[in-house]
Design a protein around this ligand. Sequence first.
Ligand code: MN
Length: 263
Amino acid sequence: MNNVYPSNKVKVNAVFISDVHLGFPGCSAKFLLDFLRHVECKKIYLVGDIIDFLYMRKKMYWPQEHNDVIRTILGKAKHGTEVIYVPGNHDEPVRMHEDTVLGNVLVKNEIIHTTIEGKRFLVLHGDQFDSVVKYSPLLALIGSKLYEYLLKANRAVSYIRYQLGLPYWSLAAALKHKVKGAVNYISNFETAVSQMAKQQKVDGMICGHIHRAEIREIDDVLYCNCGDWVESCTALIENKDGSLEILHWTEQYESVKKLATAA
Ligand SMILES: [Mn+2]
């Protein structure tokens, strides 16, 4: 299901976003800002790789839009939204601040989220499975120079498609699905995550890390991945009725724009 939210707000219980990669040129801050401005929720979980310290160690990159993302999130935290920051491997330095509250944002390396229906989900970034899942060319790609070029090409393609009035399409994501090793890796990762959910006796897992949004039942547990804001611009949401759903914000964004022009 893909609801279109015109001028009104997306009202949900909880929002889960991961792999934003602020400080990395591939970050789609514009779409994320638009999403954050449209969403109203009780809780926001930042599921890791929000700030790309790994990239910034190599090169400093911090445009205004990246600052605006931080300001918008802190603004929500100040005005009653509970914000929980679950760091990932690209923002690993934050992990040593577990249980600290930074600007109304609570840092937790992992945390249980209970839905309105009472279902329990373990929330963590997902790099914890890197040692279990066999080496992945896909993960080696994320954050590399090649990935950066790929995303640049992606932006060029997006711009042309936009000019032609075609919907958003991710070159990087499309290529990733074509690489055989990547597909195997994704399924191994999903299996490893689900096994952990069973061990921890939770109803499901919510993670990020592999830049691929998904909600799928695996072996009686619900595997949820928030996706990313580099290629796919996706968020996982818990609706008012407790159901979980993936929002593809580029689609929402375009629908809203079309409605606005039609009006
Ligand atoms: Mn990661």
